[in-house]
Ligand binder design. Structure first.
Ligand code: AVI
Length: 372
């Protein structure tokens, strides 16, 4: 996959369009989906009856939020009713979006620790505004957002509690801090006020939503290795991934999640051409292409393509792009994992998987992996 270079967005769209559409086979990178219209269509997809991923992962958070935190803080310890966190911790999230599922975990976190710092990282500033608004509904939650592309941009993960750690410096939560809070911002907070003035917090990093599936195996490893380099012993990753078809999960179920009856995924896929028309003044006729979703068993992935219904030529920024009838533009891969493949990916990225939470039909997995 090609990612946006640090030029203007329109230039990045143009580079991607020309590079991808003059290649053989033709491709367009999936980041092109997510303009304003595409982001709305993706939100609509997550509510579709066929798109089981979001609701299954949400149900896992609803059922297991307390177990996930207990396992993060005390790996392997038996579940006891009266659990107290042995350490201070903070929660970070790559590609947080609006963080609607994460709210369930954050709520559970505030039952263990009265104040919790949440560090969402996302390329979309408007999505982060929605993540920030969680602070209004979860007492004790402090949100420190970062606008960054976690694949290409630098990002940071704080290992301190939510208050400022340098005298006089604004704290990580300075944008969201409750104005009623009586503590001065340069007062570090710790369960033991006489302890280290910059108390270390363990980090639980979330990478959920099966976003990992949209990258090639090498790219996925690079993303996780980079995340691992920000983590320290005692930290952990919670990875959410869609599972491969199995005896409990027919291929047809997976395929229909990417080819729904209402045509929302088709509209999402075709929006990439509409975006090229809008952003680059290209001249794609959307009714001359159709959405195709295919299962590629060798690569264990759903592929999305746009197929040209007729032979045609389209002009983009002075370039002629010719299509044969039935020729496709490959727009997305969505890898589906076995538990073994997830273990392999995590291990070679420097993590030790410690526990996996499955839904009853083993459609989706939330895997907790420690840094050890
Ligand atoms: C964002 N990502 C995890 C989605 C997926 O399922 O691969 C994107 C998507 N493409 C079509 N439908 C949803």
């Amino acid at each position: 996959m090609t990612t946006a270079t640090p030029v203007s967005l329109n230039e990045a769209v143009l580079n991607e369009a020309i590079t991808g559409l003059t290649a053989t086979p033709k491709t367009l990178a999936p980041w092109l989906f997510y303009d304003e219209r595409g982001s709305q269509l993706f939100e609509d997809i997550t509510d579709l009856p066929e798109y089981y991923l979001t609701r299954t992962e949400r149900a896992l958070f609803r059922t297991h939020a307390d177990d996930i935190l207990r396992e993060f803080l005390t790996p392997g310890a038996p579940s006891t009713q009266a659990f107290r966190s042995p350490d201070t911790f903070t929660i970070a999230e790559l590609g947080a979006g609006s963080a609607s599922k994460t709210g369930l975990l954050l709520q559970a976190a505030t039952r263990l620790q009265p104040e919790i710092l949440y560090q969402p990282i996302d390329v979309s500033a408007s999505a982060l505004e929605a993540a920030e608004s969680l602070a209004a509904t979860i007492p004790g939650l402090h949100v420190h957002p970062q606008v960054a592309n976690y694949v290409t941009d630098p990002y940071t993960l704080s290992h301190t509690t939510w208050v400022a750690t340098r005298p006089g410096a604004p704290g990580p939560d300075s944008r969201t801090r409750d104005s009623q809070d009586p503590r001065p911002t340069d007062t570090p907070r710790s369960s033991d006020p006489t302890s280290d003035p910059t108390p270390r917090a363990r980090v639980l990093a979330l990478y959920i939503g099966s976003s990992i599936g949209n990258f090639s195996p090498d790219e996925a490893q690079a993303i996780l290795r980079r995340l691992r380099s920000h983590l320290q012993p005692g930290d952990a990753l919670l990875l959410g991934a869609d599972l491969a078809p199995s005896a409990h999960k027919p291929i047809a179920t997976v395929l229909s999640a990417y080819d729904d009856a209402a045509g929302v995924t088709a509209a999402f896929n075709l929006n990439v051409l509409a975006r090229l028309n809008r952003d680059l003044d290209a001249a794609f006729s959307l009714d001359r292409f159709v959405h195709r979703a295919r299962w590629n068993a060798n690569e264990s992935r759903i592929e999305m393509h746009l197929e040209s219904l007729i032979p045609q030529t389209v002009h983009i920024a002075g370039q002629r792009i010719s299509f044969a009838q039935f020729e496709t533009i490959h727009t997305e891969n969505s890898h589906k994992f076995t538990d073994e493949a997830l273990t392999h990916l995590l291990t070679r990225s420097g993590f030790t998987p410690t526990r996996t939470f499955h839904d009853p039909t083993r459609s989706f997995a939330l895997t907790l992996a420690h840094t050890l």
